[in-house]
Design a protein around this ligand. Structure first.
Ligand SMILES: Cc1cc2nc3c(=O)[nH]c(=O)nc-3n(C[C@H](O)[C@H](O)[C@H](O)COP(=O)(O)O)c2cc1C
Length: 399
């Protein structure tokens, strides 16, 4: 099952340089299972032709309001869409959309849709900061349209340098589409704090103790929670994967840093998911200079790091759902059960560090979910994305 199977997306492309990236966007949306209908403005057809989109989507491309298209195409396309995306959205299109123009197919269709609308502006940085453009975007947002801020980076023309105006990358746009297509659930509008990845405990200025955590499970949870409409903060150690779009990232190094970051974020959090693998021990002393070979092997004394999950117990607001993870080599179920009780959790997700295809580094995981109510569920080996959704389903049921 692909994430957008059975969904119909209307992709409007307007006449900006970034329209070359819209072909990739059409490809990603189609690959995700969506049926994609493309509308090109007249200018967009000058920048990028319809044949590319027809080939990528397997569907006819629409362009004309009156003429060679079917009469009332704009009404039919609008009625059938689950989501409308305009990427890139030119300054001129934003102006037409903000003021309700309907003199060409794309803006006429926009007026007729009842589904969510995502606009992805792209333009020169001076155009983007222009007061009229900003006021048009504000008007569109007030009308309920989702308007993404453009990215900051090199602009199209070689002599323009960097600035804010780049179209958001197609992968980011797809993530926003996922959020807008998600049916409303109990996580919408909730604040979710996820921890992810390992910590690094310094031994000297060049060495540290750490573990094999990559952060994939925590990132999958953050991604899925954001897609379900939550406001997500991710407190994370050094990750092997990208922090998902939409989540607010708080990078940390040590378990102490992670404890402090969690303590400062936890105030109004509705759901706490501790998927990180912070170190349990750290070197008791950190050498101020690199420890050199001297003919005798140095002894490293360790001390315990703060127990982050336990330290949150007194700071949790009433009704907060707290979820922990237990990665064990032995006595998985018993250890998970002990942690569930000791740390006052509603759920604990247990997985074995000894099982092939599960745990650190893999894209898959096989977990058991134990609840404070006394239930235990065994899930099969699944992609971490699906494990994340299964965990969030259980969380939503508790909210
Ligand atoms: C080479 C070139 C690049 C352009 N790039 C952009 C752009 O990135 N963003 C933008 O808002 N307008 C851009 N424009 C201006 C639009 O093409 C112009 O406003 C056009 O009328 C937009 O039509 P449409 O919104 O119907 O597609 C560009 C124009 C040219 C000639």
């Amino acid at each position: 099952m692909r994430p957008f199977d059975g969904r119909r997306i209307l992709l409007g492309v307007t006449g900006g340089i970034a329209s070359y990236k819209s072909a990739w966007l059409a490809r990603l949306l189609t690959q995700a299972g969506a049926q994609v209908d493309v509308i090109l403005t007249r200018s967009a057809r000058e920048f990028i032709g319809s044949v590319t989109f027809e080939a990528l989507t397997g569907r006819p491309v629409h362009s004309v309001l009156i003429g060679d298209g079917h009469a009332l195409d704009h009404i039919r396309l609008a009625r059938e869409a689950d989501l409308m995306v305009v990427a890139p959205a030119t300054a001129d299109f934003l102006a037409r959309a903000a003021h309700g123009h309907a003199d060409e197919l794309l803006s006429a269709t926009l007026l007729a849709v009842t589904c969510p609308v995502l606009m992805v502006p792209a333009m020169n940085d001076k155009m983007w900061t222009n007061a009229q453009v900003q006021s048009n975007c504000a008007a569109l947002r007030a009308q309920g349209r989702v308007v993404l801020d453009p990215g900051v980076g090199p602009l199209a023309s070689p002599d323009e340098g960097a600035g804010q105006g780049r179209m958001q990358e197609p992968e980011t746009i797809v993530a926003h589409c996922g959020r807008l297509l998600e049916p409303p659930g109990k996580l919408r509008g909730k604040r979710v704090l996820v921890t992810a990845g390992p910590t690094r405990e310094p031994l000297d200025p060049v060495r540290y103790l750490s573990n094999h955590s990559t952060g994939k499970m925590g990132v999958a949870l953050a991604e899925a929670a954001w897609r379900r409409g939550a406001e997500v903060v991710v407190v994370h150690g050094p990750l092997a994967v990208r922090v998902p779009d939409g989540a607010c990232a708080k990078p940390v190094e040590t378990a102490q840093d992670m404890a402090e970051a969690v303590a400062s974020e936890i105030g109004d959090v509705d759901v706490l998911v501790m998927a990180a693998a912070p170190a349990d021990f750290r070197p008791a002393k950190v050498a101020s200079a690199k420890i050199k070979k001297s003919g005798k092997v140095p002894q490293v004394e360790l001390e315990e790091t703060p127990d982050i999950l336990k330290s949150t117990a007194s700071k949790r607001k009433q009704g907060m759902i707290a979820v922990g993870f237990a990665l064990e080599t032995d006595d998985l179920r018993e250890n998970a059960q002990k942690k569930l009780t000791a740390k006052q959790l509603q759920l604990i997700v247990a997985n074995s560090a000894r099982e092939a295809g599960a745990g650190f580094g893999y894209d898959t995981n096989r977990v058991s979910i134990l609840s404070a109510a006394g239930t235990t569920e065994e899930l099969p080996l699944l992609p971490k994305r699906e494990v994340a959704d299964a965990i969030l389903d259980r969380i939503e049921a508790l909210l």
